[in-house]
Design a protein around this ligand. Structure first.
Ligand SMILES: Cc1ncc(COP(=O)(O)O)c(C=O)c1O
Length: 403
């Protein structure tokens, strides 16, 4: 097999684009000796609020989106055991946050075209115990928020939006994360804005965000900057049993400069996305649906579907073949019910969410980082063409393919 071997560098999936400004800011932060939650976190919160068209009092920085989801679920004040409807096509963190808040996750299958939760499946999953919906704007594509919010209003449900992929997403002119009670964002190393690890909670109600802020720091009434900062020592009071979820200034130092380039990076990913769409249109692989009218896609993941019957190669063999060509890929995601914990605890079976199960078996996320050069992008395209050509010739009687 003619693979690139060790001659070309491995293309790491989701590798972030880090520039000198954030390196300098991290150094300045270290030199300031204020590493924990302080003025840089406050600036990052102000900048993020401005980007999302919110007030600074409507956002709270935390140390991951997982933390943001957990705190939002707790701050939603739902009776123990209440059911929260979410999607099976998500990262485990969405479901775990529901569980850790003492609530019960219920899955509603996705629309196979959008890969986002299907509003009709939400309606079908509602019981007298349903209290909230946790939609995930999958890959950066907005969920059908008119329909989701109409269901929430009809049944008096809370809505906590998982916006881990959706910093730049809009739906009918409104930012993802601002429809529901809470929106939860991720700045994990592969995300559209990175801080290494990091997250942000946004909220419609300032009171909810004030509560989330307290919950995210042990339940204390004042953070470290307000205790030890330059305005003089202030006592704090513990007003509930909170968590240790605060963002550090060291993380915000990266985020401030990443956020300043969010639109530039989005444009680059859009260009890569469009190049992939043109390059793959004659191949037997499934491609992402075009963004819906009057929405903005965040272009976080570019996922293709490898249906073995059409492509002549199984998805996992395709992943191995990409790896052999020194190209990193991702799987977003095996559907949630594929994992043994959920099967054992809730009796879930993948077949109960057939659309998510099929996606989970066929999906491959291609590199989409703004760090990709044009040559990197062409390398990805060539690799895919090559793998599919070999698979097809093998199918037609001249077996050549092995990963
Ligand atoms: C859909 C989704 N939700 C939640 C998370 C959790 O984000 P974090 O790693 O910031 O906790 C992720 C991260 O991969 C995600 O993709």
């Amino acid at each position: 097999m003619d693979t690139a071997g060790d001659r070309v560098p491995f293309l790491i999936f989701g590798s972030p684009l880090i520039e000198q400004a954030e390196i300098d800011e991290v150094v300045a932060c270290m030199q300031s000796s204020w590493l924990g939650t302080g003025p840089r976190v406050a600036q990052f919160e102000r900048d993020f609020a401005a980007y999302q068209g919110l007030q600074p009092s409507q956002v709270a920085a935390v140390n991951s989106c997982t933390a943001a989801l957990h705190v939002s679920m707790v701050a939603s004040d739902l009776p123990a055991g209440s059911e929260v409807i979410t999607t099976p096509m998500t990262f485990c963190a969405s479901v775990n946050a529901i569980i850790h808040a003492g609530l019960t996750p219920v899955l509603a299958d996705v629309d196979p075209a959008t890969q986002c939760i299907d509003p009709a499946a939400i309606e079908a999953a509602i019981t007298p115990h349903t209290r909230a919906i946790l939609p995930v704007h999958f890959a950066g594509r907005a969920c059908e928020m008119d329909a989701v919010m109409a269901i929430a209003r009809k049944h008096d449900l809370r809505v906590i939006e998982d916006c881990a992929h959706a910093i730049e997403t809009t739906y009918h002119g409104k930012k993802a994360g601002t429809f529901g009670d809470f929106g939860c964002f991720s700045f994990y190393a592969t995300k559209n804005v990175v801080t290494g690890e990091g997250g942000m909670i946004v909220g419609r109600s300032e009171a909810n965000i004030a509560r989330a802020r307290v919950l995210a720091l042990h339940g204390m009434s004042k953070d470290a900057w307000h205790r030890f900062g330059d305005a003089g020592y202030k006592h704090y009071q513990v007003i509930e049993a909170g968590f240790k979820y605060n963002m550090m200034d060291l993380q915000a130092a990266i985020g401030i400069h990443q956020l300043a380039r969010v639109e530039r990076n989005w444009k680059r990913r859009e260009a890569v996305w469009n190049r992939y769409m043109r390059a793959f249109k004659d191949l037997p692989i499934g491609l992402p649906s075009p963004p819906a009218p009057d929405t903005r896609h965040a272009y976080h993941l570019f996922t293709i579907m490898i249906d073995e019957a059409r492509c002549g190669i199984a998805r996992d063999d395709f992943l191995n073949a990409m790896n052999a060509r020194r190209i990193g890929t991702g799987v977003h995601y095996l559907s949630v019910p594929e994992h043994p914990y959920y099967q054992q605890r809730f009796g879930w079976k993948p077949e109960q969410s057939p659309n998510a199960m099929k996606i989970g078996h066929e999906t491959v996320s291609l590199p989409l980082s703004p760090k990709l050069t044009d040559a990197d992008v062409e390398r990805v395209i060539e690799a895919i063409r090559d793998i599919l050509t070999i698979a097809s010739s093998e199918r037609h009687g001249s077996p050549r393919y092995s990963a």
